[in-house]
Design a protein around this ligand. Structure first.
Ligand code: PGA
Length: 258
């Protein structure tokens, strides 16, 4: 390895697990992780909003060094935005990471690079770290448009973001055709696109920032493919959906070195 970026494994639970299930899963996860693992890898769980408080108190009470993440946020602190959750509300729950611009939110809920950018600013302004998602559709990949698509998403999402903030950022490269489908990008393809994303960050902010920013792969990550993905030079971790719902599978992903 020619860099010292710390691996980051984040579980995106999507609309799964009630708060009761979430407490159980996080406890089971913690039984299987030890100081050695926490010392080597950042571990994040992103439950639904209704489970955040319960998971936070579980982590605090048992002093479990798993970081709390949220799956979405609004960019305003307060106001007449029925059904939305503000960054201040997440900050007060000790949320460390916020997934921004997941493809499901872009495709199903109308998020654009512009709203993603507002959310990225709001997350940083409240002392949290965005996990900013980018990725191409199958049609775009087949048309040879992967690089232009993800590059546009990175540039749009990072508009007016300062270099020192960008260095803290986590980007998740998630090819849309690989999410929840059982199809994974080959580790070489994922590595290539992540390298292109890093090149965009280098172009925007210079080499030190590009070398610091952590870029995850996401899309059908499983215990059986994580080691190969993590062996790639550019891949700094994973954003895991389905396989993170099961504490045993997620443990095997987090402990990919064992
Ligand atoms: P998956 O989801 O691991 O179930 O493919 C990944 C994601 O959408 O973050």
């Amino acid at each position: 390895m020619t860099h010292d970026r710390r691996p980051i494994m984040a579980g995106n639970w999507k609309m799964h697990h009630t708060h009761l299930d979430a407490i159980q899963v996080v406890q089971k996860l913690s039984y299987q992780l030890d100081e050695k693992t926490y010392g080597a890898v950042d571990v994040v769980v992103c439950p639904t909003f209704t489970a955040l408080r319960s998971v936070q108190t579980t982590l605090d009470a048992d002093r479990i060094p798993i970081r709390l993440g949220a799956q979405n946020v609004h960019w305003e602190e307060t106001g007449a935005f029925t059904g939305e959750i503000s960054p201040l509300m997440l900050q007060k729950l000790n949320v460390s990471y916020v997934i921004v611009g997941h493809s499901e939110r872009r495709e199903l809920f109308g998020e654009t690079d512009e709203t993603v950018n507002k959310k990225v600013h709001a997350v940083f302004a409240h002392g949290m770290t965005p996990i900013m998602c980018v990725g191409e559709t199958l049609e775009e990949r087949e048309a040879g448009e992967t690089e232009s698509k993800v590059s546009g998403q990175v540039r749009g999402g990072l508009a007016k973001v300062k270099a020192e903030q960008a260095a803290e950022l986590v980007i998740a490269y998630e090819p849309i055709w690989a999410i929840g489908t059982g199809k994974t990008a080959t580790s070489a393809d994922a590595n290539e696109t992540i390298g292109q994303i890093r090149a965009v960050v280098r172009d925007l902010y210079g080499a030190p920032t590009a070398n610091a920013v952590r870029i995850q792969y996401g899309g059908s990550v499983k215990p059986g493919n994580i080691a190969e993905l993590m062996a790639q030079e550019e891949i700094d971790g994973a954003l895991v959906g389905g396989a993170s719902l099961d504490p045993d599978d997620f443990t095997r992903i987090i402990r990919y070195r064992d």
